[in-house]
Ligand binder design. Structure first.
Ligand code: GDP
Length: 177
């Protein structure tokens, strides 16, 4: 039987963005295919593992969640250390969460250990299109001028979540392997 502890690559991914944008639900949708309406209250660091096969290699994605630390705007360096990819998440219905993206990007740039780290900008809650405050075009332009990948997702309706994580992981794989 295949040993689930054996892998060819391990990628550390971090998920950042303002509190309430849907980071935890994006992760749980990707890793466990679940959605949780109740917000978590733990403070600390959480990480989840997702094993995948990319181009015949076993890749272990180690996905870190801030577990609420972002509320205090003081995420430890330990959170970012060694990460090779990041999901930079805003809520398409909250202008403010898009406005803070540049601050998160800066934080990633200051703290990230890997110079080739790949960052994907995520506009989450695409199911709430009628309440949209940030256009796709604006986000796309921002992503392009900052060298980021970009996708809109809905953790609630399970739209583009797998695609977002997987294309980030494949891009990291192509860059690193
Ligand atoms: P975090 O603080 O960034 O980790 O955000 P959470 O994952 O805890 O989600 C914050 C709130 O947004 C919760 O009430 C979720 O139910 C809700 N939420 C998360 N993702 C979505 C989504 O894609 N669509 C909608 N409509 N609500 C979402």
């Amino acid at each position: 039987m295949e040993d689930e502890n054996s892998y060819d690559y391990v990628f550390k991914l971090v998920v950042v963005g303002d509190s309430g944008v849907g980071k935890t639900n994006l992760m749980s949708r990707f890793v466990h295919d679940t959605f949780d309406f109740a917000s978590k209250s733990t403070i600390g660091l959480d990480l989840t593992i997702k094993n995948m096969v990319v181009k015949n290699k076993r890749v272990r994605a180690q996905i870190w969640d801030t577990a609420g630390q972002e509320r205090y705007r003081s995420i430890t360096k330990r959170y970012y250390r060694g990460s090779v990819g990041a999901l930079l998440v805003y809520d398409i219905t909250k202008r403010e969460s898009f406005a803070t993206i540049s601050r998160w990007l800066n934080e990633l740039k200051i703290n990230e250990a890997h110079p080739d780290s790949i960052i994907m900008l995520i506009g989450n809650k695409s199911d709430l299109d009628s309440k949209r405050k940030v256009s796709q075009q604006e986000a796309m332009d921002y992503a392009e001028s900052n060298g980021l990948m970009f996708m809109e997702t809905s953790a609630l309706e399970s739209i583009n979540v797998e695609k977002a994580f997987e294309s980030l992981i494949v891009n990291i794989f192509d860059k690193i392997s």
